[in-house]
Design a protein around this ligand. Structure first.
Ligand code: FES
Ligand SMILES: [Fe+2]
Length: 403
């Protein structure tokens, strides 16, 4: 295995574009274009421009007088990185290339001056770099990557993410060195959790989650994704010739009662009545996962942003309904002292270790993969695609809802 010769080197999980082992899924190696993606925490973007890579595109994001801009990173003159340049004229909304000072409008991408050629430099405005729609929402910088008019970001995310006055939240983010599809497959109510996470600090002393359950997926009413329902799991089982799972030596310390994680949402629960969230877990376009709790007091949103064919950026929000300062304080402490490291770090690490070493190739699907298969089908069928030569707003390009 390559990792023996080159410890720490990532295994290329996609190979050449014409040799993509996941091509048959209909999910592109570089992610779905024509969607918004979170690309970095907003507080990390100070006075200096920052380079990000999204869906294989190199982008510079910068602020000028508080306003955000995103442009293609490569200067068309001789290829210098605009993220190494700076906003030389604060308030102008421009960025100047670090090499010969070509200066670009953050709004339109047009070259407004070639500083080293004098103010009379000809035809500067005929040169432009691509400009990207960019927004800040819930502490993250979001960029729209695509070829159509960007829809409103608030219409593209669950209500609880944008309703900052009713919800407070925390976010963590990490880079995974694996293709985004491998990452998203893992987040499709995949039946690995009772196995992989059974001894995570978060779940170690609880009974193992029910497994061997039946999973069904349903399209969401607003056509934003699919919701999962699972039924009939068992907490342990005997395997002839092997013994019991979980193995005997792992059962004596499971003395805690299970927490509410396993409960399905019922029609009368606040999650449904107030927020219209019917499913405990759903997969949303273009690669997000939304986890609801029946109480409607706590939701989790996880967004997978493809960086390139071999890495992705994983942004995860824990969102709590505001219920007075005392509850807010307790929720903050709970997240800082426990959830942030027990879940977002150690629990996720158990997946990360596996996903980053996956060897792509032919897959033999089984019952554990029902959620993933449903997601792949839905996503391949419902992705926004730009009709050839067409620049209509996204809504008009949406395929009809699933049956
Ligand atoms: S490379 Fe950018 S101005 Fe020359
Ligand atoms: Fe997991």
């Amino acid at each position: 295995m390559a990792v023996e010769q080159f410890p720490g080197e990532p295994i290329s999980q996609t190979g050449r574009a014409d040799d993509d082992p996941y091509a048959g899924t209909g999910l592109p190696a570089l992610g779905f274009r024509n969607y918004w993606y979170p690309v970095m925490a907003a507080w990390r973007l100070g006075r200096k421009p920052k380079a990000v890579k999204v869906l294989g595109e190199d982008i510079v994001v910068f602020r000028d007088k508080g306003k955000l801009y995103a442009l293609a990173e490569r200067c068309p003159h001789r290829g210098a990185r605009l993220s190494q340049g700076k906003c030389l004229y604060p308030g102008s909304g421009t960025i100047s290339c670090p090499y010969h000072g070509w200066t670009f409008s953050g709004e339109t991408g047009a070259c407004v001056a070639k500083l080293m050629e004098g103010p009379e430099a000809s035809a500067a405005r005929e040169i432009a770099v691509k400009s990207y729609p960019v927004r800040e929402l819930r502490g993250a910088v979001w960029v729209f990557v695509g070829d159509i008019e960007a829809p409103r970001l608030e219409d593209e995310v669950p209500e609880v993410l944008s309703a900052t006055e009713d919800w407070h939240g925390f976010a963590t983010w990490r880079t995974y060195r694996c293709n985004w599809r491998i990452m998203k497959d893992n987040l499709c109510h995949d039946m690995h959790a009772p196995f992989v996470h059974r001894n995570s600090p978060e779940l170690m002393f609880q009974p193992v989650f029910p497994f061997a359950s039946r999973l069904a997926a349903f399209p969401l009413e607003d056509d934003s994704g699919i919701g999962y329902v699972s039924k009939d799991g068992v907490p342990s089982a005997d395997y002839p010739g092997l013994g019991t799972f979980p193995p005997k030596q792992e059962t004596w310390y499971r003395f805690l009662k299970p927490t509410g994680r396993g409960k399905e949402i019922k029609a009368e629960d606040r999650a449904v009545v107030r927020y219209g969230v019917k499913y405990r877990q759903s997969s949303l376009m273009p690669g997000a996962t939304f986890i609801g709790r029946p109480s409607g007091d706590y939701f989790v949103l996880r967004w997978v942003t493809p960086i390139d064919a071999d890495s992705n950026f994983y942004y995860s929000w824990s969102l709590f309904r505001r219920q007075g300062w005392w509850r807010t304080l307790k929720q903050r402490l709970f997240w800082v002292c426990w959830l942030s490291w027990a879940h977002d770090w150690l629990f996720s690490d158990q997946d990360k270790r596996i996903l980053e070493k996956v060897i792509p190739g032919k897959e033999l699907h089984s019952r554990t993969d029902a959620g993933m298969i449903a997601w792949r089908r839905y996503a391949a069928d419902h992705a926004r695609r730009r009709a050839e030569g067409d620049a209509k707003p996204a809504e008009t390009l949406r395929p009809p809802a699933a049956e």
